[in-house]
Design a protein around this ligand. Structure first.
Ligand SMILES: NC(=O)C1=CN([C@@H]2O[C@H](COP(=O)(O)OP(=O)(O)OC[C@H]3O[C@@H](n4cnc5c(N)ncnc54)[C@H](O)[C@@H]3O)[C@@H](O)[C@H]2O)C=CC1
Ligand SMILES: O=C(O)/C=C/C=C(\O)C(=O)O
Length: 484
C-alpha cells in the first residue's frame, strides 16, 4: 500500500493526525490511508497561510497571475499523475478524466490569470474630486470541495482566489484527497511561496472541515457540496459574519418541446442525466416532455441508458462510473426503492449491475429512467445525485415552466426546442442560475456560475469570482479647484 496521504502546510508535506481508509469505488477495497487533520493541524495550516498573506497580497496582480499560469503549465506536465490520482479516488472513466477533469484544472488557473491581469481599474473624475476603487484580498480563505469533480472544483476556486491575493487552506473531500496532494507537490516543485497554498485532509462535521470554517483565523469560506452542508457552514460562520460563496445542490429540470430535434434532445439528455454517474450538481434529474413526443422520448432515453458502457475506468470506451462510496450508493438505491414504493414505472435500471469479478464489491448502480410520479413525490423533490431521472409529460409551455420552477432548488435547466422565440421566452422564465438551450454543460469560465434558493449563494466565474475573493475600498480624494 502507498504511504498515507499527508497534509501540505507551509510548502511541505505534514504527516500528522490519525489515518483513515480510502477505498477504491471500483472494488470497495481499501487502497490507501489518509491523515486526518485535528484542530492543532488546522491551526498550523491557518498560521502558515496567515504568515504568507502579506507577501503574497503585496505582489502586483501580474506577478500572482504569472504564478497561477505556472501552476497551469505544471499541471500539464504532471497530467498523467493527476489522471491516475483522480481515477484511483473516484473510479471515473479515463476518457472523461483526460478530457474534462484535469484539463479544466489547468484552464482554471490560466483563465483567471488572464481575467485578473486584464481587469480594468475604475476611476471617476468628479467636479472637484477623484473617486477610485482598489480591491484588497479577503485574507485567509477556506476552500472546501466535494468528491464528484475533485480537481476541477478545487482549481475553479483556487485560481481566482490566489490571483486575487488571498492565501488558502483547502480541504478536499475525505473520499478524494489524491489530486490535491499532487497539486501540492506541483506547488512545491515550482517554488510557489510557502504558505500560499495549504491542504488539510479529513472529514466534515466534527472534523477538519468544521475546525477550518470555525477557525478565527479564516476570513472567508468558499464551498461546493450539499445544501445541508452549506447551511451548517453558514451557521458556523454566522457569529463572525464571514463572507461565503456556495455552490450547492440541484434538482435540475430539462424541458423537451415537441418541436425539438428529438435525437439531439435524447443524446443531450443522456449526457445531462448520466455524466459522471449523475454525480454533478448540474445533472438533470427531472425531465418534462411535451405529450406528443413523450412515449418516444422515454423509450429512446431508456435505450440510451442501457447502452452506457460499464467497463473498467482505464478502458477508453467506458462511460459509467461507480458511486463514490458505499454510503452514497446506498442512498441512491434507497431512492430507487422509494420510486417503486411511490408507484413509479421503471423503464430501465433500478438496481445494481453484476460483473462476476471484483467490481461486484464496488459501488456501481444501474442508470435508471422512471416515469409515473407526481411532481410532489420525494423522488421528484429531493436531490438524488445518481444516474437517474424521472420523466413526466406536459401539455403547454406554461405548464412546463411551472413544473420546472416547482422546486426548492434552482441551479441549472435545459431547454430543447427549435423555436428561437420559445427558447428566449422559456429560458428567461426559468428560476435557475444557468439555462442551457439545445445543449448541456457548455461552459465559458468568464460567465457567472451558481444557483438560486437551496442551490447556493453568490456567483463565481470571471470577474464574479474576483469580486467575491476581494473587497473593494473606494477612495475619494478632494482636489483643489481652479489650479492646473
Ligand atoms: N450538489 C453537489 O454538488 C453535491 C452533492 N452531494 C450530495 O451530498 C451527499 C453527501 O455527500 P458529502 O460528501 O457528505 O457532501 P458534503 O456536502 O457533506 O461534502 C462536501 C465537502 O464538505 C465537507 N464538509 C462536510 N460537512 C462539513 C461541515 N460541517 N463543515 C465544513 N466542511 C464540511 C466534506 O468533508 C467535503 O469536503 C451526497 O450523497 C450527495 O447526494 C455531494 C457532493 C456534491
Ligand atoms: O464548474 C463546473 O464546470 C462544474 C461545476 C460542478 C459543480 O459545482 C458540482 O457538481 O458540484
Amino acid at each position: 500500500m502507498p504511504d498515507p496521504v499527508t497534509h501540505f502546510i507551509g510548502g511541505a508535506p505534514v504527516a500528522l493526525g490519525p489515518t483513515f481508509a480510502a477505498c477504491d469505488p471500483v472494488t470497495g477495497r481499501e487502497v490507501r490511508r489518509v491523515h486526518e487533520a485535528d484542530r492543532s493541524v488546522v491551526d498550523r495550516a491557518v498560521a502558515a497561510a496567515r504568515a504568507a498573506l502579506p507577501g503574497w497580497a503585496a505582489l502586483p496582480v501580474a506577478e500572482r497571475a504569472a504564478w497561477t499560469r505556472r501552476l497551469g503549465d505544471a499541471i500539464e506536465e504532471r497530467f498523467e499523475d493527476l489522471v491516475a490520482a483522480e481515477i484511483a479516488d473516484t473510479g471515473k472513466s479515463i476518457t472523461q478524466t483526460r478530457t474534462l477533469d484535469i484539463p479544466r484544472g489547468a484552464a482554471n488557473f490560466r483563465a483567471f490569470a488572464e481575467i485578473a491581469a486584464q481587469r480594468p481599474e475604475s476611476a471617476f473624475h468628479l467636479k472637484d474630486a477623484l473617486s477610485y476603487t482598489v480591491r484588497r484580498p479577503l485574507g485567509v480563505v477556506a476552500v472546501i470541495v466535494p468528491w464528484n469533480l475533485p480537481f476541477l472544483l478545487a482549481t475553479w476556486k483556487l485560481g481566482p482566489c490566489l490571483v486575487a491575493g488571498n492565501t488558502v487552506v483547502a480541504k478536499p473531500s475525505e473520499h478524494t484527497p489524491g489530486s490535491l496532494a499532487v497539486l501540492a507537490e506541483i506547488a512545491a516543485s515550482i517554488g510557489l511561496p510557502p504558505g500560499v497554498l495549504n491542504v488539510v485532509n479529513g472529514f466534515g462535521t466534527g472534523s477538519t472541515g468544521q475546525f477550518l470554517v470555525e477557525h478565527p483565523g479564516v476570513d472567508a469560506v468558499t464551498f461546493t457540496g450539499e445544501s445541508r452542508t452549506g447551511s451548517a457552514i453558514m451557521k458556523a460562520v454566522a457569529d463572525r459574519v464571514k463572507p461565503v460563496s456556495f455552490e450547492l445542490g440541484g434538482k435540475n429540470a430539462g424541458l423537451v418541446f415537441a418541436d425539438a430535434d428529438l435525437e439531439a434532445a435524447v443524446e443531450g439528455s443522456v449526457r445531462s442525466v448520466f455524466t459522471n454517474g449523475g454525480q454533478v450538481c448540474l445533472c438533470t434529474e427531472r425531465l418534462y416532455v411535451e405529450r406528443p413526443v413523450f412515449g418516444e422520448f422515454v423509450e429512446r432515453l431508456a435505450e440510451g441508458a442501457r447502452g452506457l458502457a460499464f467497463g473498467r475506468p482505464r478502458d477508453e470506451s467506458t462511460v459509467m462510473m461507480p458511486m463514490i462510496s458505499a454510503e452514497h450508493r446506498d442512498k441512491v438505491l434507497t431512492y430507487y426503492a422509494l420510486a417503486k414504493d411511490e408507484g413509479a414505472t421503471i423503464h430501465t435500471g433500478g438496481g445494481t449491475p453484476r460483473f462476476g469479478d471484483e467490481r461486484d464489491g464496488g459501488y456501481y448502480v444501474e442508470p435508471t429512467v422512471l416515469t409515473g410520479l407526481p411532481n410532489d413525490s420525494r423522488v421528484n423533490r429531493e436531490e438524488i445525485f445518481g444516474p437517474v431521472c424521472h420523466v413526466a409529460p406536459f401539455d403547454s409551455e406554461t405548464e412546463a415552466v411551472g413544473l420546472a420552477n416547482d422546486s426548492e432548488y434552482g441551479l441549472a435547466a435545459t431547454v430543447w426546442t427549435s423555436s428561437l422565440n420559445r427558447a428566449h421566452r422559456v429560458a428567461r422564465s426559468l428560476e435557475a442560475g444557468l439555462v442551457w438551450v439545445n445543449t448541456w454543460y457548455l461552459r465559458d469560465l468568464r460567465t457567472p456560475f451558481g444557483g438560486v434558493r437551496l442551490s447556493g449563494i453568490g456567483r463565481e466565474g470571471g470577474t464574479h469570482s474576483l469580486d467575491f475573493y476581494s473587497e473593494p475600498t473606494t477612495i475619494t480624494i478632494k482636489l483643489e479647484a481652479g489650479h492646473g
